[in-house]
Design a binder for this molecule. Structure first.
Ligand code: BTN
Length: 241
């Protein structure tokens, strides 16, 4: 079911209500307190984009395999954008990029139970028809800016739901290797040399070689050829504006 609201604080907060179950979508035209990663806010022009939360109940998925859900969601977005003629890549962990610009942000919140995931709230902000962004945002883009035309947001939402649920069913059926290999081959900057920043501000040049099944990013340091593994927040991409 799709539950529509004109205005909400955050769809992720509304989606916590036990009224919503597996496969349901909570969508708002306007979020007054949209939340982003790392405590940031998520700004989105009213009525131009898609800001929604998808509820999943992946009780079959052990906690230590939860990165597979990130893979399902990210690939679902990439598949949807591809259907609309937009080639996108996954910036580890779950941003979606076109070129060096961000077109989708995701805030995934899991609750656990008995060693497995009990409930996942996948908050997705997809820039669809917005063409002007606050200059303080680092590198935003939208489907409209990339393709030079407007999109029907209802159609995009329907296809997105279809693609994510198809990959989610593949995960339920155990197609883990497919998800891992597709995620790896769709990674932004895979196999290219670029600068990265460590949490202490140190900058280094490296090449992304892949991601561990548990989600750690694998970067080969160009200085000495050693392979390092990074957890979320331990390393940042350095991207020119
Ligand atoms: C990011 O910082 O990249 C994550 C942005 C996530 C935004 C979406 S919009 C719908 C859902 N509700 C929220 O409050 N946040 C997510």
């Amino acid at each position: 079911m799709i539950y529509r609201f004109d205005i909400l604080g955050s769809t992720n907060d509304e989606a916590r209500n036990a009224l919503y179950g597996e496969g349901d979508v909570v969508i708002a035209e306007h979020q007054t307190a949209g939340r982003g990663q790392r405590g940031h806010t998520w700004e989105s022009a009213v009525g131009e984009n898609l800001t929604f939360s998808l509820i999943l109940e992946p009780r079959f998925l052990p906690v230590n395999e939860q990165f597979l859900l990130t893979e399902v969601l990210a690939l679902g977005l990439v598949d949807t954008l591809a259907e609309f003629g937009i080639e996108a890549r996954i910036k580890w962990t779950n941003d979606i990029y076109v070129g060096d610009k961000k077109i989708v942000g995701m805030l995934v919140e899991n609750s656990l139970g008995g060693g497995c995931l009990a409930r996942t709230i996948a908050g997705i902000g997809l820039n669809v028809n917005q063409t002007e962004f606050d200059p303080s945002l680092p590198n935003p883009t939208s489907m409209s800016l990339v393709a030079g035309r407007e999109f029907d947001r209802e159609e995009v939402l329907a296809r997105l739901h279809h693609h994510i649920m198809a990959l989610y069913e593949a995960l339920r059926c155990g197609e883990k290797a497919m998800l891992q290999s597709r995620y790896r081959s769709t990674m932004y900057r895979l196999g290219e040399m670029h600068p990265y920043a460590l949490a202490d501000g140190t900058i280094f040049e490296g090449i992304i070689r892949g991601v561990r099944p548990s989600g750690e990013l694998q970067i080969e340091h160009s200085a000495d050829g050693t392979l390092h593994e990074y957890l979320f927040k331990q390393v940042e991409f350095v991207i020119k504006k």
